[in-house]
Design a binder for this molecule. Structure first.
Ligand code: NAI
Ligand code: A1CAB
Length: 274
């Protein structure tokens, strides 16, 4: 990728995308990351070789893509000082903030910006991220292609044509690594309760998830069929799955995802009213 990319904010999600981009062969010299103090930036500069900057406005000047990677709650105060440089240099803006609507951010940046909203996830760090993208009407086809190229460097990309669907993307992939991490915690605890060492239980659980995800991604069968293939009639898996179904696991997951998407919509309302 020949474009220059500036990350405003160098926290967990920015670092995950930067790590994935570098692993995919993007040159460190094309990436700049900012933070209010140099403390967190020095390791990025020294270990990854990317540019760093404590002045957001300077970092925006001349960048082809500006990725807004700060917490939604401080986005307004971060965007307002950037408006002049954004209007002058017209980079593609990519916001990864949960909830915050494109029109709200566009307004904070002075209006008329080409803005892509992206909902990535932290496995971008290891090149197996999943991102949902939405473009506002000012985004050109070339900028859409650029956003696709950028996020495909760290995983898969799905475009949505309705902005509100990004809340569903947040529920199904943005927040979802945490659901699986919770599952690993629970499986490790249960494995230990059955006598395994924590290390053994963790290793087996994680490898099994990796195997199941790889199989589901490659198989011509749907997940329900793959599940049935594990369930020998009268066997062990049947009992385990019956327990999960009796415990309303599907409803629990649905409820969690509804809570997630509702919170994204709530945040959009709270923050646009600021
Ligand atoms: N963590 C995740 O799994 C995901 C996060 N997101 C979104 O990514 C954004 C960032 O989230 P995280 O990386 O988790 O948060 P974080 O708290 O790890 O990172 C935010 C970074 O912004 C920096 N920052 C604060 N004020 C700043 C300023 N004035 N100028 C420049 N940088 C400043 C902080 O130093 C911090 O490192 C949020 O909007 C969140 O909704 C989206 C998808 C997944
Ligand atoms: O929890 C959050 O608000 C962010 C957005 C998606 C994942 N982490």
């Amino acid at each position: 990728m020949a474009n220059t990319i500036t990350f405003i904010g160098a926290g967990n999600m920015a670092k995950a995308i930067i790590g994935g981009l570098l692993d995919s062969g993007v040159s460190p010299s094309s990436i700049t990351a900012t933070a209010p103090s140099d403390d967190g930036l020095a390791p990025l500069r020294e270990r990854l070789g990317i540019h760093t900057q404590t002045d957001n406005v300077e970092a925006v000047k001349g960048a082809d893509v500006v990725i807004l990677a700060v917490k939604p709650q401080i986005m307004k105060s971060v965007c307002a000082p950037l408006a002049e440089a954004v209007q002058a240099y017209k980079p593609l803006i990519v916001s990864i903030a949960a909830g915050l609507e494109a029109a709200t951010i566009d307004g904070w940046l002075g209006g008329g910006t080409a803005l892509v909203r992206c909902m990535p996830n932290t496995p971008s760090l290891v090149g197996v991220g999943a991102s949902g993208l939405f473009a506002n009407p000012a985004v050109s086809d070339a900028q859409r292609a650029l956003a696709t190229e950028l996020m495909e460097a760290v995983g898969i990309v799905e475009w949505v044509e309705q902005e509100s669907l990004l809340d569903a993307v947040t529920a199904v992939s943005g927040s979802a690594p945490a659901y699986f991490f919770l599952m690993f915690e629970a499986m490790e605890e249960a494995g230990v309760a059955q006598g395994l060492s924590a290390a053994t239980a963790r290793r087996l659980a994680i490898q099994t998830a990796l195997g199941a995800a790889t199989m589901a991604g490659q198989s011509k069968h749907d997940p329900a069929t793959l599940k049935r293939n594990v369930m020998s009639p009268g066997g062990t898996t049947e009992r385990a799955i019956a327990h999960l179904e009796d415990a309303q696991l599907r409803d629990t997951i649905k409820g969690a995802m509804q809570a997630c998407a509702r919170r994204a919509a709530e945040m959009a309302n709270e923050l646009s009213a600021d």
